[in-house]
Design a protein around this ligand. Structure first.
Ligand code: FES
Ligand code: FES
Length: 152
């Protein structure tokens, strides 16, 4: 076990874990930040997406040992009151069905719009392509990203 000092959602937090522990496990099992979901565990579904230094990454495949000097943001820290433009657009379009994939979808969309505030339909499709939704909410996801892009 090794002690790590992490910066998550603007807070300095300590965990004592093996260096190869995936960030997703640290978030969910050690820090009780359970908004980030486990889907496949092999970087294939996007359910575990968080931001590391602003980039959308798959926390199931990111060992804790490489994030010590980086800033991590999870769905719990995306906005103070759930009022990030992406979150507001998600509500407006009533995007979720079962909801399981949605924190990952929102984190990917927020990262896309931070980098490219006014993406084309093709750019939205490309950026969101790796986030799987077993409920098939893709049409609403794309519409919500478009709406969010108008208020960013
Ligand atoms: S749980 Fe990480 S990509 Fe599926
Ligand atoms: S809303 Fe059910 S998996 Fe996406």
């Amino acid at each position: 076990m090794t002690q790590y000092n992490l910066t998550i959602n603007g807070k300095s937090l300590q965990v004592d874990v093996d260096p190869d522990t995936p960030l997703l496990w640290v978030l969910r099992d050690h820090l009780n930040l359970v908004g980030t979901k486990f889907g496949c565990g092999i970087a294939q579904c996007g359910a575990c997406t968080v931001h590391i230094d602003g980039d959308a990454v798959r926390s199931c495949s990111y060992p804790v040992s490489v994030i010590e000097d980086k800033k991590v943001v999870t769905i719990e820290g995306l906005s103070e009151n759930g009022d990030h433009p992406v979150q507001k657009a998600w509500l407006e379009h009533d995007v979720p069905q079962c909801g399981y994939c949605q924190s990952g979808q929102i984190m990917t969309a927020a990262s896309l719009l931070a980098e490219n505030p006014h993406p084309t339909d093709e750019e939205i499709s490309y950026a969101m392509n790796g986030n799987i939704c077993r409920c098939g909410t893709y049409t609403r996801i794309k519409a919500a990203v478009k709406t969010a892009s108008k208020s960013i």
